[in-house]
Unconditional design. Structure first.
Length: 145
């Protein structure tokens, strides 16, 4: 890193970046839990919930994977003060938008889970946009090189 061109970020940047990494690691955990769900776990779901899982297209699983893994990598890049964090976080946001498009418009998720189940997906979308904004702002302020 060219230290002469870099500007030291404020403390809040580090706190937000660590919290964002933890947020994305929880997403990675949720993804792994879904991917490695055993038959016994599926039996604990209601018939409607199980059917939602079974009919979900492979591209939605792929979008989920891209969202969480790129999100975690992007947050690591923020902590390493790398400019490419923005590009990776944009890729994560595209994965989020793909997954949530399916959830909101192409499935019966909220009919099965209720409208209160919309809170977390909306939070995920908002955080995705905020992380892209943070990376862009940090790049503009020369915190990332």
């Amino acid at each position: 890193m060219n230290e002469k061109l870099a500007v030291k970020p404020p403390k809040w940047f580090w706190i937000v970046s660590v919290l964002a990494l933890l947020w994305n690691l929880m997403g990675v955990g949720a993804y792994l839990q879904q991917v490695f769900m055993f038959a016994e776990d599926l039996e604990l779901l209601t018939q409607e919930e199980r059917q939602l899982m079974e009919v979900q297209p492979a591209w939605v699983h792929g979008a989920f994977a891209i969202a969480v893994w790129a999100g975690a990598l992007g947050c690591i890049a923020l902590l390493l003060r790398k400019k490419w964090a923005r590009a990776v976080l944009i890729i994560s946001l595209l994965g989020i938008l793909g997954q949530m498009t399916y959830m909101f418009f192409m499935s019966d998720t909220f009919a099965v889970s209720g409208s209160s189940a919309m809170i977390m997906p909306i939070m995920i979308i908002v955080v995705g946009f905020l992380l892209v904004f943070l990376a862009r702002s940090a790049t503009d302020k020369k915190w990332l090189v």
